[in-house]
Design a binder for this molecule. Structure first.
Ligand SMILES: *[C@@H]1O[C@H](CO)[C@@H](O)[C@H](O)[C@H]1NC(C)=O
Ligand SMILES: *[C@@H]1O[C@H](CO)[C@@H](O)[C@H](O)[C@H]1NC(C)=O
Ligand SMILES: *[C@@H]1O[C@H](CO)[C@@H](O)[C@H](O)[C@H]1NC(C)=O
Ligand SMILES: *[C@@H]1O[C@H](CO)[C@@H](O)[C@H](O)[C@H]1NC(C)=O
Length: 365
């Protein structure tokens, strides 16, 4: 009896595979900025947004710079790990092949990139979200290898992460050199971002995205760079208010899209409150510093990136911020834990993802 069931399952599986042509793994496609970049900017040789020098990556793998703008893992790394998904390689990595994509997905995230094309122009080179989506469209040519039906299934069962927005404020709207800063006010700028993001997410849906997570913003007025630019050294309230407005509007937008688009399970999550708490009460969360970068250049601040001549803090796990912009590995762990709780997702093998300690989302480049 049991043997018969087993045989039936085996036959059905073989037939199923034959009909499908290709039995695809579940992988991730990641769209983002420096908070999710795993090496794309390394290959943008004219870009000023770089994490290619020590001490970036000091707590990751062999400890050499790997393109991540932090000492260890990104939030998307941690969430993917906990869901049982492989870490997708950078799109511009020369070793990326169709087989690698089918096994691991792709990460299009680029430091300095934003929802808007014009965001981050001061970095010279970065891949904005529209361009990242164009690159993803190119990735769909994989259908020539595996066939249309299998490709459709592959892209529909994949998981999608969209995590941008901080640069649209920090490296656009809040900087007077950008014309968006005088063309819009707080409300019309957030409306403009939502209209753009809404169009972008709909394009992703037409390209197959069904299970998609959008990460919100953290209290970006509290990143060391924003504090050092304010005369008091306190968080910049205006930037924090903008992050809150962005989160609220995004949450509505994504709920709307999720109910409107066929088969879409689009989810929004942010870790604003937890990060805000950590910044106010670092000791309670096991941190020792929540206002200055672990990697800094002595009294010269802001030193915009961490470099081999910078000084490192004594205990990297005790600092909320790694550099002027980016959270440390331990802050990312906290942020990922919070997002996992908010998304309430299950791992790809169907079990509930472990739901660890409380957590937090932050800022840009
Ligand atoms: C943004 O850039 C994309 C190309 O990456 C282009 O197709 C699109 O027209 C641009 N949108 C605007 C509003 O400039
Ligand atoms: C969401 O849909 C509601 C009702 O259709 C609408 O009033 C609201 O403006 C929409 N919000 C966004 C952000 O699209
Ligand atoms: C929605 O899901 C159903 C069942 O899996 C499928 O038949 C249908 O083609 C899907 N529609 C779209 C637009 O993805
Ligand atoms: C925490 O910070 C204080 C000064 O801010 C320092 O004296 C102490 O050694 C730090 N502790 C750890 C574990 O890093």
């Amino acid at each position: 009896m049991r043997l018969a069931v087993a045989l039936t399952i085996l036959i059905v599986t073989i037939l199923g595979a034959a009909i499908d042509g290709y039995n695809c793994k579940i992988v991730q496609f990641i769209f983002g900025d420096s908070l999710s970049d795993v090496g794309n900017n390394k290959y943008l040789t004219r870009s000023l947004a770089q994490a290619s020098l020590p001490y970036y990556g000091i707590d990751y793998g062999n400890g050499l710079p790997n393109g991540r703008f932090t000492n260890g893992r990104t939030v998307a790394d941690i969430i993917g790990d906990q869901t049982g998904l492989p870490r997708p390689p950078a799109f511009l990595d020369p070793s990326l092949t169709e087989d690698v994509i089918l096994e691991n997905g792709v990460n299009y995230a680029s430091g300095g990139g934003g929802i808007l094309n014009e965001t981050g122009s001061l970095f010279n080179q970065r891949i904005c979200l529209y361009k990242q989506i164009e690159l993803f469209q190119g990735t769909q040519l994989i259908q020539r290898k595996i066939g249309n039906a299998a490709a459709e299934k592959f892209f529909q069962q994949s998981r999608y992460v969209v995590a941008l927005g901080s640069n649209d404020f920090i490296n656009n709207y809040l900087m007077p050199v950008y014309c968006d800063s005088w063309k819009y006010n707080d409300k019309t700028f957030v409306d403009y971002l939502m209209a753009t993001l809404g169009d972008q997410l709909q394009i992703l849906h037409t390209l197959g995205a069904r299970q998609l997570m959008v990460f919100g913003l953290g209290p970006m007025g509290c990143i060391p760079l924003q504090r050092v630019l304010s005369t008091s050294g306190n968080c910049r309230d205006k930037a924090n208010q903008l992050a809150l407005s962005f989160n609220k509007a995004s949450s509505n937008l994504i709920d709307n899209l999720s109910s409107k688009l066929p088969n879409a399970s689009f989810k929004f999550g942010d870790a604003y409150d937890v990060v805000d708490n950590v910044i106010k009460n670092p000791y309670k969360y096991g941190f020792n510093n929540s206002n200055s970068p672990c990697c800094s250049f002595g009294t010269i601040r802001p030193a915009l990136t961490c470099t081999p001549v910078s000084t490192l803090c004594k205990d990297r796990s005790k600092y909320v911020f790694w550099d002027e912009y980016h959270p440390s590995d331990s802050a990312n762990q906290l942020i990922a834990n919070e997002l996992i709780k908010k998304f309430g997702f299950v791992s790809v093998d169907g079990t509930s993802a472990p739901s660890p300690a409380p957590a937090a989302a932050m800022a840009p480049s």
